[in-house]
Design a protein around this ligand. Structure first.
Ligand SMILES: Nc1ncnc2c1ncn2[C@@H]1O[C@H](COP(=O)(O)OP(=O)(O)OP(=O)(O)O)[C@@H](O)[C@H]1O
Length: 389
């Protein structure tokens, strides 16, 4: 299918309650939740707080006792459950693939129900396998038991995306995977979501997963209600109450480092010039800056070399090939934590940061990261002072 993917639609839960027969207090209690189109919203909370029940009411695997759920503005009660479920991809822990069917048949389930012809189904299966990072020729005819847990989960995601639904429900999809595979699949989900912009409801009880994956996080508490609904940074720096704070646990500054992208902080600005810049002019600039060095960029503003004041002294004419090759760069999408790792292993204390097309965007040193940490801590202290008033 070469058409544009179908982007997400908003989902709105209005005073949704679910009381199971003989279940005592309701599993979900008068829940209000607005899920914007194209966002990943994470339902985060301990076991039994109503995450799965909330999610399953969205695709009507469970019917609400009261309240209303609007999907793309339409009440889910007015949509035939089978039709509804074909428009909502569903991914669960351990993928839930049919063991007696090949990977291709598993993925093709909904397209078959929708009556697509064979050629279109085959093309779509191959496209989806490629999308989730699996070589179609190698895996199309495999059976699920031959696949690793991570591969099964990839097939689960491919299957959920088969008919290009605007909405995806993901119930602890990576819960059974080892930490490395889990991180990789989280990264790939985020990469896919960059292109697909589905509306995704993602259930987890893993705080780090929620902080990494969610555009917004709904922190839930038993019995079935939301205590805070906010962005990851907001939840970390300004937890609504002791329950949220305890649930997050300690280490919030380290978590912010993991959450914060290099491009989100104030970068250092070092003098820079192109190779044809005048050496004497650049030396003046370096002296004015006081750091003692400058960065030489190529014609597309990509960092080439560091040049030091001493190398320019007494020179006239273009800078040319003076200086030492830049050892490495830091991408603006890298987390501060990963950037710190690079800085600790770098030849120079300052490393250039590059944005789109590897173009120079600023520079980073451990001191800059430390300043960013301080700023985060100051914000947190400010918040605590505010809360203590
Ligand atoms: N079919 C059911 N019949 C009776 N009670 C149920 C049923 N399904 C869920 N519950 C109850 O509803 C509450 C919420 O359950 P739910 O599965 O939604 O929680 P959860 O947050 O997803 O938990 P977990 O992380 O363990 O999956 C629990 O107290 C559970 O026992």
């Amino acid at each position: 299918m070469s058409e544009q993917p179908q982007h997400g639609v908003p989902i709105e839960l209005r005073k949704v309650t679910k009381a199971f027969p003989g279940g005592g207090e309701p599993a979900v209690r008068e829940l209000d939740l607005n899920i914007p189109a194209g966002e990943i919203v994470v339902l985060l909370g301990p076991s039994g707080c109503g995450k799965t029940t909330t999610m399953r009411m969205i695709n009507r695997l469970i019917e609400p006792t009261s309240g209303d759920i609007l999907i793309g503005g339409q009440s889910s009660r007015d949509i035939d459950p089978d039709r509804l479920r074909r428009r909502i991809g569903y991914v669960i822990q351990q993928a839930g693939l049919f063991p007696h069917m090949t990977v291709a048949s598993n993925i093709a389930q909904v397209p078959k129900l929708l009556g697509w012809d064979k050629v279109r189904i085959t093309e779509r299966v191959d496209e989806l396998l490629t999308m989730v990072g699996m070589e179609p020729g190698a895996y199309r005819d495999s059976y699920p038991r031959r696949l690793s847990g991570g591969q099964q989960q990839r097939v689960g995601v491919a299957r959920a995306l088969a008919a290009d639904p605007p909405v995806m429900l993901m119930d602890e999809p990576f819960g059974a995977l080892d930490p490395i595979t889990r991180e990789r699949l989280q990264d790939e989900l985020l990469r896919l979501q960059d292109d697909l912009a589905k509306t995704i409801v993602f259930v987890t009880h893993d705080v780090d997963e929620a902080l990494k994956i969610g555009d917004h996080i709904a922190v839930m508490q038993k019995p079935g209600h939301i205590v805070q609904y906010a962005s990851p940074a907001e939840i970390l720096t300004n937890p609504a109450n002791d329950y949220v704070e305890q649930f997050l646990g300690g280490g919030s500054s380290m978590r912010l480092l993991r959450l914060t992208k290099v491009g989100d902080i104030d970068l250092d600005q070092v003098p820079y010039a192109s190779e044809d810049a005048d050496a004497a002019g650049l030396l003046t600039e370096i002296e004015r800056d006081g750091r003692g060095y400058a960065l030489i960029l190529d014609g597309m503003r990509r960092p080439l070399r560091w040049v030091f004041a001493a190398e320019l002294e007494g020179r006239h004419g273009p800078v040319g090939a003076a200086g030492d090759q830049v050892g490495g760069t830091i991408g603006h999408r890298m987390t501060l934590q990963d950037a710190m790792e690079k800085l600790l292993n770098a030849d120079y204390e300052t490393v250039p940061v590059v944005g789109r097309r590897q173009a120079y965007a600023g520079a980073l040193s451990l001191a800059t990261v430390q300043n960013a940490i301080s700023a985060i801590k100051a914000r947190e202290q400010e918040r605590r002072r505010g809360a203590g008033r």
